[in-house]
Design a protein around this ligand. Structure first.
Ligand SMILES: *[C@@H]1O[C@H](CO)[C@@H](O)[C@H](O)[C@H]1NC(C)=O
Ligand SMILES: *[C@@H]1O[C@H](CO)[C@@H](O)[C@H](O)[C@H]1NC(C)=O
Ligand SMILES: [Zn+2]
Length: 502
């Protein structure tokens, strides 16, 4: 070949690299706007605000978004020069923050979509500033305990989710000792596994003990994914005379004392040491869901952390907002497990959260039909357990946290940064160059009443214990993958959230 021909061919190399880059970036970044997916007609634009919460500081400035990702971040004095022909959305004093990542929600789809379902659940999430949620493997039917049952979830989510949705798989006795079933489930894309140390209330999701958990984390270690554990273990309880009024919340509380949480965590710690560096399950991680007991249970978790176990813990807004003393007789909207405990317990939960001993928050949104939740003549023992909260977790955390010194930075840590880490979502959870444009815009000073005139997108607003409250913090707009999916009470026509598979 003549050298001229060579030079001619070589001159195409930059073009080739460019084409490969385009091809690669097309696969690696979220899909940008198509008409029904965003309330904005642009994919390249700037969001301007006086309060943008970035990982290191709160700035007054602008976030540049293109193709679903954050491509630049500038402070006030710079952005006027940089913004040339691109559209600008100026949110003024409203806070611009990473969207919330809810690592614990039950959307009950497929199989029990009449309890919630992907469409209403993710519309409520978007209206509440949640841009990603990880769906639990139970309460839908069948439970997500195999590759085949995960496919049913993925199918059900297709075209019906307004935010990003990932999935946890179930660790149950049936699959715990069968590594190939677990590996197929993990290979099919669940972000980790979840198990119960007490009966779950769902027939096809039986409970596990430490021996199942030990097996599960040895498989998870290879995948570097977490096991989430519902840590309550049934203990003998002694009810005294007069403790038998099923309409009284204290009766229910006595049936699930904090010793149940403590016993489960004590058992869990016999295997959590496997996750230490050099241990047989190094790479796996244990995450205790919805901690309610802020005394002995929390001390055990702190001890495990200090010993080097790879372990984290979440609590939920309902344990931070409500107290057992204030739950009216017969008001079964407040039933959940573990139960909401007394006021001193709540005080210590807040302290542990502020100190970082509790790592993060999740909704544990766990609805049902009103027939199961409300129509039990106020009987706490018969009512379905679970708090319906998905749309309200941001204003609830903020409103109840104000007296404990909550800050915007803390909210971001509990609701975005730490959850992103748990779910291995490196490109989410922060307003930073290169991250996905998953953003909530909200007004922390704005109060509102959660009454009949407030639009609730959840399927069954009446079952939520928050109805009737006055809250502080109104969500103005929510961006998912750069698409404006919710603004001023309005959603996009199409459901363009993506399923997140590992
Ligand atoms: C694991 O489960 C698969 C699928 O149900 C089954 O075919 C296989 O025999 C099981 N293996 C063991 C060791 O139980
Ligand atoms: C809801 O709005 C209607 C119409 O404006 C009003 O009559 C009603 O009192 C409002 N309800 C509450 C609880 O404020
Ligand atoms: Zn749950």
């Amino acid at each position: 070949m003549k050298s001229g021909t060579w030079r001619f061919l070589v001159s195409f190399i930059p073009l080739l690299i460019y084409l490969l880059y385009i091809l690669y970036s097309d696969f690696s970044s979220p899909k940008p706007t198509t008409s029904g997916c965003s309330l904005l007609p642009h994919q390249h634009y700037w969001i301007v605000s006086k309060r943008i919460v970035t990982p290191h500081e709160i700035i007054s400035g602008a976030v540049e978004i293109n193709g679903g990702s954050i491509i630049s971040l500038v402070k006030e004095k710079d952005w006027l020069e940089k913004v040339k022909n691109e559209p600008v959305i100026d949110y003024g004093e409203a806070v611009v923050m990473p969207g919330l990542i809810d690592v614990h929600a039950h959307l009950d789809d497929p199989g029990r979509a009449e309890w919630e379902g992907f469409p209403s659940g993710t519309m409520a999430a978007a209206a509440g500033g949640i841009t990603t949620l990880i769906d639990m493997p139970l309460n839908s039917f069948p439970s997500t305990v195999s590759e085949e049952t995960l496919q049913l979830k993925i199918e059900a989510a297709k075209g019906s989710i307004f935010v990003n949705v990932g999935f946890w798989g179930g660790l149950v006795p049936e699959n715990a000792f069968n590594a190939s079933v677990l590996e197929n489930l993990l290979n099919a894309g669940v972000l980790g596994l979840k198990s119960f140390m007490c009966p779950s209330g769902i027939n096809d999701f039986p409970m596990t003990d430490a021996s199942h958990i030990k097996e599960g984390i040895s498989v998870l270690a290879k995948y570097k994914r977490p096991l989430l554990v519902h840590a309550e273990k049934v203990q003998e309880i002694e009810l005294k005379d007069g403790d038998d009024d099923p309409r009284s919340y204290s009766t229910y509380l006595k049936t699930r004392p904090s010793s149940w949480e403590e016993a489960a965590i004590r058992e869990l710690l016999t295997v959590s040491k496997d996750t230490r560096i050099g241990g047989p399950a190094e790479g796996a991680h244990l995450h205790i869901v919805h901690l309610s007991d802020s005394s002995s249970s929390l001390e055990l978790i702190k001890e495990a952390k200090s010993n080097g176990d790879s372990i984290t813990v979440e609590t939920c807004p309902h344990y931070l907002a409500f107290t057992a003393e204030d739950i009216p007789d017969g008001d079964t909207r407040f039933k959940c497990s573990p139960p909401i405990r007394d006021a001193p317990n709540r005080q210590k939960l807040w302290e542990a959260l502020m100190d970082g001993d509790i790592d993060m928050l999740s909704s544990d949104h766990s609805p049902s039909v009103p027939e199961l939740k409300l129509f039990t003549e106020g009987d706490f023992l018969r009512a379905w357990g679970g708090i319906s909260s998905l749309q309200f977790v941001l204003p609830v955390t903020w409103s109840y946290g104000l007296k404990y010194g909550v800050t915007l930075e803390k909210l971001v840590s509990w609701w975005s940064e730490k959850p992103a880490k748990l779910a291995s979502q490196d490109l989410k959870g922060a307003i930073e160059i290169g991250k996905h444009a998953d953003i909530v815009v909200w007004e922390p000073e704005k109060e509102f009443d959660l009454d009949e005139n407030h639009t609730v997108h959840l399927k069954h607003p009446s079952i939520s214990a928050y109805m009737g409250s006055r809250l502080t913090g109104r969500v103005v707009a929510t961006f998912v993958n750069g698409n404006l999916v919710f603004e001023d009470g309005k959603h996009t026509p199409d459901a363009c959230g993506t399923t997140i598979l590992a």
